[in-house]
Write a protein of this length. Structure first.
Length: 261
């Protein structure tokens, strides 16, 4: 008698979509996370093959859910836009995010930030930018060969991938990031205000177009009425002329010249 045994199935590996950590620790950090993420998303909105995300867990190694990081903002060129629970690199054509941003909060400690740097250095990030809005310090690294190396001067530095230019100001909360069009990246509030202004302008233009159409329709109706009135007048004139001719013919039959004294 043969005995068939079933090989037990390995449990499916879970890759959580959340690490349980808050996105930000205070409103200033949150402001800059949203400004960078939404500003880049808005700047790259017309390119379908650039994915921008904020606070999204990135898993670089299949089968290893413990190796992960959630950059405050990540940008992946060559990947389509769309919703994701996490960024699993093996499902993204093996493409690692090329650009990442971190915004410091008072709770970030040097060992944590060293761990983040080591992760980005190990897994192929091309550009890494770190901003501390509390004191205004901006740091950055570019990949040279197989390592991330510090950018010596960030004032006026242009991101090779994004084309944005950094202009750090003096003091806290004073960083300007300019897009390739030389316009600053917009905050979420500024994007919302621009959107609302564009909507109001569109609504106003629609009303103007509708008013012009209504005016044209009124003019058409008025012209139709004028033509109808002219036709009616012409008809009355013709009827009067025909009546006068019939009356003149009757008078002639009676021997009376219509135009005689």
């Amino acid at each position: 008698m043969s005995i068939t045994t079933e090989t037990p199935q390995s449990p499916a590996i879970e890759y959580p979509d959340s690490d349980g950590e808050p996105m930000a620790e205070n409103t200033l950090q949150f402001k800059w996370i949203v400004t960078i993420k939404e500003g880049l998303d808005n700047m790259l909105r017309d390119d379908p093959d650039v994915f921008v995300a904020g606070d999204l867990l990135w898993y670089p190694v299949e089968g290893d859910p413990k190796t992960r990081m959630a950059p405050d903002t990540l940008v992946a060129f060559g990947r389509p836009k769309g919703y994701r629970g996490s960024y699993k690199q093996w499902e993204e054509g093996g493409i690692a995010p090329q650009v990442v941003f971190e915004v410091l909060s008072p709770g970030n400690r040097p060992p944590e930030m060293a761990n983040k740097f080591a992760f980005y250095d190990r897994f192929g990030v091309e550009e890494y930018y770190l901003y501390d809005p509390d004191d205004g310090r901006l740091s950055g690294w570019l990949r040279r060969g197989d390592r991330l190396e510090a950018i010596p001067e960030l004032s006026g530095h242009v991101s090779p991938r994004l084309g944005i230019r950094f202009e750090p100001g003096e003091g806290p909360d004073n960083l300007t990031i300019l897009g390739p069009d030389e316009q600053p990246l917009l905050t979420y509030g500024e994007i919302a205000r621009e959107r609302d202004a564009a909507r109001r302008e569109s609504e106003s233009s629609h009303k103007e177009v509708q008013a012009a159409r209504d005016q044209a329709e009124a003019a058409r109706i008025q012209a139709e009425a004028a033509r109808a009135e002219a036709a009616a007048a012409e008809k009355r004139l013709t009827a009067e002329r025909e009546r006068a001719e019939r009356l003149a013919a009757r008078l002639r039959e009676l021997g009376i010249e219509p135009d005689g004294d």
